[in-house]
Design a protein around this ligand. Sequence first.
Ligand code: IPD
Ligand code: CA
Ligand code: CA
Length: 267
Amino acid sequence: MHPMLNIAIRAARKAGNHIAKSLENTDKIESVQKGTNDFVTNVDKEAEALIIHTIQTSYPDHSIIAEEGGLIEGKDSDVQWIIDPLDGTQNFVKGIPHFSVSIAVRIKGKTEVACVYDPMLNELFTAQRGAGAQLNNARIRVKALKDLKGTVIGTGFPSRQKQHSESYLKIMSALFVDCADFRRAGSAALDLCYVAAGRLDGYFELGLKPWDMAAGELIAREAGAIVTDFAGGTEYMKSGNVVAASARGAKNMLKIIRENGNEAILK
Ligand code: IPD
Ligand code: CA
Ligand code: CA
């Protein structure tokens, strides 16, 4: 195993176990609003500190981008760790046991290793570039599709960018004609891993941040998924708009997204 994946897993398990333990004692959770419909808790910050400490113990010179603390510029700017210490904070705050820890390592701009950990189910999704994706060490594959008939599509509402609601809901209505159902589970990192594991047939969301996607994106691609932006290109890390599914699934979803989305979101 890649040594950095080993450290990423150690960090994700430490943080995940801390988050799960914190859920047992909800009166100790303090939540602060940091933006429109955007909250952070003391547990997000504690989990992030645990992850950063674990990384820096092995790799003191690497750069780190963490959701809550921002950029830590290391001596080595070629290696960048991208961390979402708690993906699914809203679920966590409500006591809904679906959230994850997401850690990816990019070397010279390419994601090399990734892990997403769901501490409530003890499910660890991992990937290494060129070596496939795993759930608890067993190989996972995306579900191959002919069309969208019978499919369950994961998504997230643009709750922090309500200016896009109309366009987003138009896409959903059109997709709903062809697919069977939707899931809005509340952790983008897990949504991408669920596509990788064939639990979801596809996934789309807009307005994400790099740390929501960095790890899940590699895991989905290594499981055979196509990951694109809303224009069918590869700029999703920049635009924050992402589609993931098997090749045929992505093609079908993109067609509907492109026919129904307005210009502001088609990138
Ligand atoms: C959020 C989750 C959610 C997605 C939001 C993200 P956070 O991350 O991934 O599923 O719909 O857009 O911001 O804030 O819980 O880390
Ligand atoms: Ca997130
Ligand atoms: Ca987060």
